[in-house]
Ligand binder design. Sequence first.
Ligand code: HEC
Length: 243
Amino acid sequence: MFNFHYRLERNAIGFVLAIIVVASIGGFIEIAPLFTIDETVEKAPDMRVYTPLEVAGRNIYIREGCYACHSQMIRTLRDEVERYGPYSLAVESKYDHPMLWGSKRTGPDLARVGGKYSDDWMTAHLNNPRDVVPESNMPAYRWLLRNQLETGDLGEHLAALRAVGVPYTDDMIANAPKDAVGQANPDTDLATGVLERYGEKTDVSLFDGNQGSVTEMDALVAYLQVLGHLTDAAHTTPQNEVE
Ligand code: HEC
């Protein structure tokens, strides 16, 4: 055996061929699951796209590095399902470019945090976590309430996402800045447009508590509140029984 390797290393072409064979086996094993991607990704006809305000919130989540402490992927392990809820399905990340599964949990997983707390709680918590969770070591993000949200370029963000496969319509792209304002201002004409384009179940709310101006806090809270609610697939697909 050792003798064989000794001879192989002294034969340049043979060695290169052997490397190619071995590397291709590894490569094939990595690529093979993609052949069955259609069966791997569940069907979820009720899956909706992120609204412009939620896209803006997601961009802020990335900008602030929330993924460094929070994952968005509940594994199939019993303790995770008991703590966080139904495990994450592939289809739930279908419109996530880039995906934000994360690999570190200094804080809890956020895949099902939407609706767990009120908008007021979320706003207070992001403004200063210790106001609501005294022992928290999460940083305070006070500027989110002060910063007005930049809405002018949201149409371009949606168009960029469409280029990588998210089914935004021309109507959604053209109305993106207005819809961002509408989603944070219930009982206005702009809010009606959001429900027409993104569905009646869309969460139209004051988010940061203030009517009128749209802040970065509005966007981030809107995004957190939709986590786990783009589709009901995880709640309706039978999961391994957990007693
Ligand atoms: C340094 C690590 C760290 C960073 C960065 C961080 N968090 Fe946290 N987060 C925590 C910890 C620890 C907790 C648990 C204590 C608490 O609730 O404050 C937490 C809790 C939360 C919760 C409540 C989760 C639950 O189920 O109770 C939310 C929501 C949240 N964080 C959102 C965010 C967002 C959004 C950002 C980025 C703007 C962020 N976090 C950045 C550490 C972090």
